[in-house]
Design a protein around this ligand. Sequence first.
Ligand SMILES: NC(=O)c1ccc[n+]([C@@H]2O[C@H](COP(=O)([O-])OP(=O)(O)OC[C@H]3O[C@@H](n4cnc5c(N)ncnc54)[C@H](OP(=O)(O)O)[C@@H]3O)[C@@H](O)[C@H]2O)c1
Length: 265
Amino acid sequence: MTASRTFLITGASSGIGAEFARQYATMGHDLVLVARRLDRLEALAAELGDKHGVTARCLAADLSKRDDVQNLLDRLEGQAVDGLINNAGYSLAHTFSHTSTQQQVDFLEVCVTAPTILAHELLSGMLTRGFGRIINVSSMVAFSPGAAGHTLYPAAKAYMLKFSRSLAAEVAAKGVHVTALCPGTTESEFQQANGMTKVLDQKPKRLSQSTDSVVAAAIRANEAGREVIVTGLVNTIAVAAMTLLPDGLITPLIRWGASKYQIPE
Ligand SMILES: NC(=O)c1ccc[n+]([C@@H]2O[C@H](COP(=O)([O-])OP(=O)(O)OC[C@H]3O[C@@H](n4cnc5c(N)ncnc54)[C@H](OP(=O)(O)O)[C@@H]3O)[C@@H](O)[C@H]2O)c1
């Protein structure tokens, strides 16, 4: 990919999304940055404009709100978007019964519905131009049997994985690369956002990857036309275990591991 393109990145105000913005800007691509915290997006856009001479447009949107998603699409009218990074996301760390229905619905809007709408709306332009790049940020938990807490998170991430694979099967031959990014624990604001910092501070440090290695692996995989990328050797081994070991062995193991990281209720 040599020509300058435009990449839209959701959740670009921190963590993995901000790193996608940095790496695409380093490659000379223009950006559309989306999140709720506009001040953060504007600071990042200024930094990347100064450093790399790229244009970064900042659009504030709360992706749990359908009106905001539609408004975002309206503001994109007439702008060619060549790449979509469906990255915005979080988890609800509590058990299902300790959250409200609205919290769970908002979660699904951000992590499942908004990425689906954005992919659907932006895909037609990519197909017309015969070029497109879509990265859906899933997680290695897409392969897990699920544990108490973060109830819908594995389901939402499994959706992103399966959605990516089906879409890739439909559009790979038409110049559009679709990849599900499946990282494990990654240094970002994820744990602050879901209220897990206190629990994790009391536990031995878990292996975590840097955002730059995760994002570099994702962009490489997407450029190469790979449908799924699990980042890091340890995570790759863990995913192989979750996929290959019998359910009767892996499920108790995962649930025992996860029980040490639960928020007390
Ligand atoms: N960190 C990990 O260990 C890890 C592992 C596997 C997968 N992931 C996935 O990686 C993705 C990025 O997370 P991260 O680790 O970079 O966490 P993060 O630093 O907390 O970033 C999350 C991003 O999502 C945005 N966001 C959250 N709710 C939103 C909403 N309602 N509307 C619009 N934007 C919203 C946030 O922006 P605003 O708050 O400004 O709106 C922020 O930019 C997520 O999909 C997450 O599930 C993370």
